[in-house]
Write a protein that binds this ligand. Structure first.
Ligand code: NI
Length: 169
């Protein structure tokens, strides 16, 4: 089932998500629906927060569904180490049409639980590192708008206000 993706302006996007306490059937269904939703929207990452579920969980697939090995579920993720910094253009399914240059770590080592409740550690670089940092930000109620200068933020917010007025948001 394709879920509605919350757009910027919805207060839930700015709330901190709670840890997942139980990996049950309901959570498995949510994850399946999130993958369907993310692929339909042509995204490479989606946080539960973005579909209105304030739980610390996100999915990622930098291959866009082409490589099953790139399919990740991160439950209760945490960053262990980061290294370097890369400024790159970033988008967000909750901010459609908005692209901002955001600084993110070049390399991240993160740990999380998988769907079986087992802890795994993964090292990600470049695009995947950008995605992990972006999605963990969502779980903390942070949007990429908070990661750019006030001038760039104002510019993006003005663009969004225009789209809202035009009924295109
Ligand atoms: Ni996003």
């Amino acid at each position: 089932m394709i879920l509605d993706i919350l757009k910027y302006g919805d207060p839930r996007l700015e709330q901190k998500a709670d840890p997942v306490a139980d990996i049950n059937g309901q959570l498995k269904e949510l994850v399946e629906n999130m993958f369907e939703t993310m692929y339909a929207a042509q995204g490479i990452g989606l946080a539960a927060t973005q579909v209105g579920v304030l739980k610390r969980l996100f999915i990622m697939d930098c291959s866009g569904g082409k490589d099953p090995e790139d399919r990740y579920v991160f439950i209760n993720p945490r960053i262990i180490t980061t290294e370097g910094e890369v400024v790159g253009e970033e988008g967000c399914l909750s901010l459609p049409g908005i692209y901002l240059k955001v600084a993110r770590p070049q390399r991240i080592v993160a740990a999380a639980l998988d769907m079986e409740g087992r802890e795994f550690t993964v090292e990600v670089t470049d695009l995947a590192a950008r995605c992990v940092a972006h999605e963990i930000d969502h779980l903390d109620g942070q949007l990429m708008l908070n990661r750019v200068s006030p001038i760039k933020r104002d510019f993006a917010q003005r663009k969004i206000r225009k789209l809202v007025k035009a009924g295109q948001w």
